[in-house]
Design a protein around this ligand. Structure first.
Ligand code: C5P
Length: 224
């Protein structure tokens, strides 16, 4: 039994966020939450104290994990910041980048004859960047990057911009990887410039490999 993270407090976000347009419609994305839930489960098995902030998904709560359900990007931010301080934050949620400027209190109706509806959207808070810049910054901050192209360039860009320790990038839009799939391949870039390929393998196995990397960074950080 791998106990590398025993006693650590780890906050994980997982799943999509839904941004409401009106009482019956929302903007969402295709994240299943499986990768984040696999990470939370594997960390708890290693004896970590895990808080899982979950967007709307249909997945059971892993044993030993404290789960906080949220819906929107704003709620996710509140729950994650409220769970600090922590030793590590893993931002595996596919957080919406945009939210409607205003939520209609009643169902939006079709205007007779109208063929176009214009929505006004505003940016959501970037929880990952905020956690990485927080006065109570966890010692290890891990982001995810789901990309359809130019994976390495975008992932390394986000690692630097958001001041992360690790970023796990996966290709979306290809079979056997990314959203909804049971298997995954992660290309992980670290702040020291290294690159690691985890998988292709089941999300559980990939989760274990990512936690091994995180544990190395936690230990290295402690040794100073
Ligand atoms: O910049 P991009 O959205 O592609 O970065 C993805 C990473 O940032 C993921 O780890 C995601 O959880 C996090 N994120 C966030 N808040 C947002 C957007 C993304 O925490 N509003």
């Amino acid at each position: 039994m791998n106990r590398a993270l025993a006693g650590r407090r780890i906050v994980v976000s997982a799943g999509p966020t839904y941004e409401d347009l009106d009482p019956v419609r929302f903007l969402g994305n295709r994240s299943s939450g499986k990768m984040g839930f696999a990470l939370a489960e594997a960390a708890a098995r290693r004896g970590a104290q895990v808080v899982l902030v979950a967007g709307p998904v249909h997945l059971p709560t892993p044993d030993g994990v404290a789960r906080i359900d949220v819906r929107s990007a704003a709620q996710l931010r509140e729950a994650v910041l409220g769970a600090l301080p922590a030793d590590a934050y893993i931002g595996a949620a596919a957080v919406a980048d945009w939210t409607p400027r205003a939520v209609s209190p009643h169902k939006l109706k079709k205007m007779p004859g109208a063929q176009i509806l214009t929505l006004e959207l505003v940016r959501t808070p970037d929880t990952l960047a905020e956690v990485a810049a927080h006065p109570q910054r966890p010692r290890v901050v891990v982001g995810f990057a789901a990309e359809t192209h130019d994976l390495e360039r975008y992932a390394r860009g986000k690692l630097a911009e958001k001041r992360l320790d690790l970023i796990a990038a996966n290709r979306v839009g290809v079979a056997g990887s990314g959203f909804e799939a049971d298997d995954n391949t992660l290309i992980v870039f670290s702040r020291d410039g290294a690159m690691h390929t985890l998988g292709p393998a089941g999300k559980r196995e990939v989760a274990e490999a990512l936690l091994d990397l995180m544990a190395l960074f936690l230990d290295a950080d402690e040794r100073g």
